[in-house]
Design a protein around this ligand. Structure first.
Ligand code: SAM
Length: 285
């Protein structure tokens, strides 16, 4: 008998992974949480039927969400990480001795518990003394913050269910307020390939552009995400993601990465024409 996990990327496109066994399944007050084990992708986390991360390819997502801003601004000390209950983003950020504190605001404590038990590859770092975990809605948490953080990373689920509020104009405006004068926000920004996701991407970009003076988008490839072509947003009060960046300084840090490097950093912001067209279509004239 064969067991398969399948996710519909569109009503007519399905992505499937053969499963050896299911390790965890529960429904919290926010979402259904499943963890499976497979030959080709190792263990993987599913929230409300959507792929979040696999042991095999999570390094791509977590390196690119963390090292791009950390290379741009060497003075980042205090970080707000919204979502990210699996610990992968925190693991990459903790590689920097200059990081003094990560406030990890995760709405669902059960995600953290399940990842601590079954996904130590990403969750083990959550015990680092620099990580302060707060079980709360990130949308509400950030309302209380003013001029407090050097970096905000929105490592959220997709714009429905508990993650929906993390794609709103109110939320991005509050992130702007919560950041210090040279603050940076990086956010999970969906994919440009499938129509429904591209519309969500445009909606998020339009709202971010109206909140931040510098707003760019960069790309990465994640085999297990819809279309495999994924985007992150880079928004800032004063730092450009490439111009004026001391890439040689970052290389001197000697950090070990499997995906991120400074050439890829520069290249990731060079987007395909159809993606540029989608973005400029929602930017002010
Ligand atoms: N880091 C993973 C990856 O590699 O793609 C996926 C992101 S992580 C699992 C998404 C997290 O965002 C989930 O744990 C979810 O519970 C959390 N989340 C969703 N909405 C939230 C909200 N409004 N506030 C805080 N956390 C939220």
């Amino acid at each position: 008998m064969e067991l398969w996990f399948s996710e519909l990327h569109t009503p007519n496109v399905k992505f499937s992974i053969k499963v050896d066994r299911q390790l965890f399944s529960a429904t919290s007050e926010f979402q259904r949480i499943d963890i499976f084990e497979s030959k080709d992708f190792g263990r993987f986390l599913i929230l409300d039927g959507c792929m979040m991360l696999t042991e095999k390819d999570e390094f791509i997502y977590h390196e690119m969400i963390a090292h791009v801003p950390m290379c741009v601004n060497p003075s980042i000390k205090k970080i707000l990480l919204i979502g990210g209950g699996d610990g992968g983003s925190a693991r990459e950020l903790l590689k920097y001795s200059t990081v003094e504190r990560i406030d990890l605001v995760e709405i669902d404590e059960l995600v953290i518990e399940a990842c601590r038990k079954f996904l130590p590859q990403t969750a083990a770092c959550l015990d680092d003394p620099r990580v302060s975990i707060k079980i709360e809605d990130g949308l509400k948490f950030v309302r209380r913050c003013v001029d407090e953080y050097d970096l905000i990373i929105v490592d959220s689920t997709d714009p429905f269910g508990p993650g929906e509020g993390l794609f709103t104009k109110e939320f991005y405006g509050n992130c702007f307020k919560a950041l210090r004068a040279d603050g940076i926000m990086v956010n999970q920004h969906e994919n440009p390939f499938y129509t429904k996701d591209a519309i969500a991407m445009q909606r998020a970009h339009k709202r971010i552009v109206s909140s931040f003076p510098i707003s760019r988008v960069y790309q990465l490839h994640i085999p297990t995400y819809p279309s495999g072509h994924w985007l992150f947003g880079f928004a800032s009060k004063e730092h450009h993601p490439i111009e004026g960046v001391d890439f040689a300084r970052w290389k001197r840090l000697g950090l070990e990465t499997r995906y991120y490097n400074v050439n890829l950093h520069r290249g990731a912001f060079a987007l395909p024409n159809y993606v540029e067209a989608l973005l400029t279509a929602v930017e002010p004239e």
